[in-house]
Design a protein around this ligand. Structure first.
Ligand SMILES: [Zn+2]
Length: 75
């Protein structure tokens, strides 16, 4: 019987889903290229920025909500 060829565990680029070759040494790569790595960093930046804005919005809105209104209705 033919010898079974052991393939290295293939990984896919987190951005474009292209197969990423895993080298036996060094850290596993998440992205196929520098371009994808930069793109991922940019997306992460946008996401963090959006989340921060949402949190700021939340903080601004929270005091404006009059929760005591519920109590008045009950009483
Ligand atoms: Zn990629």
């Amino acid at each position: 019987m033919g010898a079974l060829k052991i393939e290295p565990i293939s990984q896919r680029c987190a951005v474009c889903q292209a197969p990423v070759a895993i080298s036996p040494v060094g850290r596993p790569r998440l992205y196929c290229s520098n371009r994808c790595r930069q793109k991922a960093a940019r997306i992460r930046q946008i996401l963090v920025g959006a989340l921060t804005r949402l949190e700021l919005l939340n903080m601004q809105l929270a005091p404006a909500i009059d929760w005591s209104d519920e109590d008045h209705r009950v009483a």
